[in-house]
Design a protein. Structure first.
Length: 299
């Protein structure tokens, strides 16, 4: 009796033909743009915001290219200006989490942005907030700063041998605040905070982590941390003050030649990028668009 085998090569070809993704480059900008969408400079609260930072809602869909969105600066340097009560709060979103912008330095040898986790400033936990996530971001334009140190928080900690408290040798690092609440998902148990500035402390963190359900490490300002680390109230509120003083990230302009942005900026234009971080064109004076620079803008 004959055995009929399925045509696997043909079927496989059909499957691949259907499921192989097709990538499309972002289309270029039109020859003009709405100048009102890209303000050269504005204030949000006490923070001055200008290129390469830009207002988050200062983007516009290009009618001729469905879904094509451009930025008025570097894609990841988008600032939302939010009204809270009677105060305007500048906020930047990094990897899905909100951070309050305390200051932006535009000085050529100190280009930094000072940030505070918005959860920390939100009032939950009072003087003893609980950090819920680490700080992560795309490093195309943002970079970690040498002015930062790390604080490690450990939540839901128990002695695995008896399911009771963690051994007393770790008591000096236990968070002692009546209003403190560990983050969701941490489970029952004590919470600890460890300053990650020495090999000994890194060893302590590793030992504690074996007894804890959740570990979160965040950057904080080095000088602020050093001033507070020796205070007796560090675990009962002092660490909260350190978190609220924030941390720095460095930002940098495009210096390479991998896209046309360096030519655009050299001609006094502003680089427009897609949400995929692809250079789209050069925003020039009077609503003109150049490619790649303002010397080649529409007349």
């Amino acid at each position: 009796m004959a055995v009929h085998l399925p045509c696997l090569p043909v079927l496989l070809f059909v499957f691949l033909a259907v499921h192989v993704p097709v990538t499309h480059a972002d289309p270029p900008l039109l020859s003009t743009y709405n100048v009102s969408m890209c303000s050269e400079s504005f204030w949000c609260g006490s923070v001055e915001i200008h290129y390469p930072f830009y207002l988050a809602n200062a983007t516009e869909a290009i009618a001729d290219y469905s879904g094509n969105i451009f930025s008025c600066g570097y894609t990841d340097l988008s600032i939302s200006c939010k009204l809270e009560g009677q105060t305007w709060i500048p906020t930047i979103r990094l990897d899905g989490d909100d951070y309050t912008v305390e200051n932006i330095s535009y000085h050529y040898d100190h280009q930094t942005i000072l940030l505070v986790d918005s959860d920390v400033l939100g009032g939950a936990g009072g003087d003893c907030p609980a950090v819920r996530h680490e700080v992560s971001f795309n490093e195309t334009w943002l970079h970690s700063s040498s002015y930062n140190d790390n604080l490690t928080f450990l939540f839901g900690c128990c002695d695995p041998r008896g399911h009771g408290p963690v051994p007393p040798e770790f008591d000096a690092y236990k968070i002692n605040c009546t209003q403190f609440k560990s983050p969701p998902g941490a489970g029952p148990g004590d919470s600890f905070v460890v300053i990650m500035t020495s090999e000994h402390n890194r060893y302590l963190e590793q030992e504690l982590a074996m007894n804890c359900n959740m570990t979160v490490t965040v950057p904080v300002n080095h000088d602020v941390l050093m001033a507070a680390s020796n205070q007796s109230n560090f675990t009962s509120g002092g660490y909260g003050d350190v978190l609220k003083r924030g941390f720095e990230l460095e930002w940098s302009r495009i210096t390479g030649t991998e896209d046309g942005c360096h030519l655009c900026e050299a001609s006094n234009g502003q680089c427009a990028y897609s949400q995929h971080r692809e250079f789209l064109g050069c925003l020039c004076h009077r609503g003109k668009v150049g490619s790649p620079d303002c010397k080649r803008s529409s007349k």
